[in-house]
Design a protein around this ligand. Sequence first.
Ligand SMILES: Cc1ncc(COP(=O)(O)O)c(C=O)c1O
Length: 451
Amino acid sequence: MTQQRSNAAQETVDRVRLALGQSTAPQGRPGSGPAPGGRREFDFTTLPEYEILKIWRAVGDITKIGNPFYRLHDGRAGNTTSIDGRTVANFSSYDYLGLNGPPDIAAAAKDAIDRFGTSVSASRLSAGERQVHRDLEAALARLSGTEDAIAFVSGHGTNVSVIGELLGPEDLIVADAVIHNSIVEGAKLSGAKRILCPHNDLDAMERALRLNRARYRRALIVVEGLYGMDGDVPDLAGLIKLKRRYNAWLMVDEAHATGALGHTGRGIAEEQDVDPTEVEIWMGTLSKTLAAAGGYVAGSRALIELIKYTSPGFVFSVGLSPPVAAAATAAVDVMMREPWRAAALRRNGLALLTKARAHGLDTGLSIGASVVPVIVGNSPQTVMLSERLLERGFNVVPAVFPGVAENQARLRFFVTSEHTPEQIDAVIEAVAEELPKIRSSSSFVSTIAGR
Ligand SMILES: Cc1ncc(COP(=O)(O)O)c(C=O)c1O
């Protein structure tokens, strides 16, 4: 996988060099030779990975395309945001229900600072717990419909640490091919046999389990409740049948589903009317709908107790900062009390999807909830489109190679309950106008992309 990635990266470098009229310089690629003077190995700028960054920067300079990543925002980013002092409509916020701002949520965070300070300084195991931690975990268990829950300081770290610890080399992990990086990293850490199945293909998962299950101790099936790249959903009842048949655990990552699915925003189980206790491991983030930072697992009391005493990312890492825990707890309360927010998000998601499709844009598999991609199929063109949209007053960050396959490069629209019909209409009109222009004019960019 790493070798494949670095070959693909080297090919990209070579293509860019050709397009820039440079030799592909097979003699002594950066980072590959001995160090003159013996110091080169300490210089990170000689690594091939760094060379790629430099070349993309040069391409950006020549084509006058700005870097679409790490844009500096001047304040809170909601359905609008200010970038360089200019207010634009924002489709790159995960604040799906507009909870990063209501005064009662901010007040809960401020009260927690007054009472407990900004940090608990160490792992809860040794530094002890604060009531804000217990309140949050009770709220997350209620939200998830499970016996208990446990909150970590990072969503990514939650997946890495929980999967990495629960599974081992004698186990099997069957996951969807487009599953989030944090799950892939956790699976790698575990050392378990890993099988990635084509996206949302239950038959392929069944085959993988049928052919392999008997040779392994534990088996885990992992899916997302709403896929962050494609905006579609799995068949939860079908997965439950599968895990029962093959005696596997089922884990569902609700990062993009919380707030977006189900009439009160409780996620895929509410959306598809499935008993949540049928899923062994619910995972979610506090960073998106819940307007904070961190991750959580919800499930049986025994699972949570096990994680509390064995998961390195929990045992050996600091407890959640009090204002963060308090903000997430308040966000759960507001979300449950105000179901109009989830309804508004769905209305907006569907409106954006319908409008994009009406313009013949490729929205892939999206059901029109929190995530709607517009697939461009060429990374440089996608970056150019993002740039043109910014010029026209819309912030939409691209997802490009190597984050996705080159022919799947896309703009991802994150829809929130706060977007207005005018913002949705205007951004899709702008995409429909700019994309054909970019496609017909970008010969330099096409060379880079190998087209
Ligand atoms: C599906 C999924 N799981 C986990 C994470 C990690 O969550 P966090 O950003 O809160 O660390 C993300 C982040 O985007 C995600 O999309």
